[in-house]
Ligand binder design. Structure first.
Ligand SMILES: N[C@@H](CCC(=O)N[C@@H](CS)C(=O)NCC(=O)O)C(=O)O
Length: 203
């Protein structure tokens, strides 16, 4: 399998953390392939017309994307059990969707400031994205801590990667300041071997 990869993409990190946890890293060849909405760069547009990473080319050459599809594929391939059954499954998927939504908003903030020329930037758009992140983190602090104390699943992996990306790109916003329980969970989760092995380079 070939994984189109970027060192700083939090969606790629999700896939890599899951691959570590599922014992599949050795089966994956890594190819750097990142771009932006303005320039597809090394992104594999022949494999993924959206020009995004992660994209996984399977052994037969067929490609799958995005991170949610790749994570489910790898979990099924290794029978890793990171997608629980019963009610916990819907919780896991909702937590993953919440974490991915945090990432989508955090990435839009980065694109708005890095890609858009200064004279046409729109600060309320950036703040609107941060409000989504703020609300999502408040809900996790208030309602999800009992779930997070349970067995490892895709929701926790996605959340760990989302919090790591906030630290990488939006550290001055200090998400921990009003969320002590989540901060404590993150400190424990970030110490996992899979998280340490996939740590992005400093911003
Ligand atoms: N929903 C996608 C998001 C992937 C994504 O946005 N990746 C970024 C890198 S962090 C990318 O490739 N951006 C290039 C672009 O938007 O053209 C997933 O979960 O994989």
């Amino acid at each position: 399998m070939t994984l189109y990869f970027s060192h700083t993409s939090p969606y790629v990190r999700k896939v890599m953390v899951l691959a570590h946890e599922a014992g599949l890293v050795e089966q994956m060849e890594i190819v750097i392939g990142s771009g932006t909405p303005l320039e597809s760069g090394g992104a594999p547009i022949e494999a993924n017309p959206l020009g995004k990473v992660p994209t996984l080319a399977r052994a037969d050459g067929s490609a799958i994307y995005d991170s949610r599809v790749i994570c489910q594929y790898l979990d099924a391939r290794a029978s890793a059990g990171l997608y629980p059954d019963g009610q916990r499954r819907w919780d896991a998927l909702t937590l993953e969707a919440t974490a991915d939504g945090i990432l989508d908003a955090a990435l839009l903030m980065v694109y708005e400031t890095r890609l858009r020329p200064e004279d046409i930037r729109f600060a309320p758009f950036v703040e609107g994205q941060w409000e989504k992140i703020d609300r999502a983190l408040d809900v996790i602090e208030a309602r999800w801590m009992a779930y997070l104390a349970g067995p490892l699943c895709i929701g926790q992996i996605a959340l760990g990667c989302a919090l790591g990306y906030l630290d990488l790109r939006h550290a001055p916003r200090d998400w921990r300041a009003t969320r002590p329980a989540l901060a404590q969970w993150d400190a424990r989760f970030a110490a996992r071997e899979s998280m340490r092995a996939t740590q992005p380079p400093a911003a």
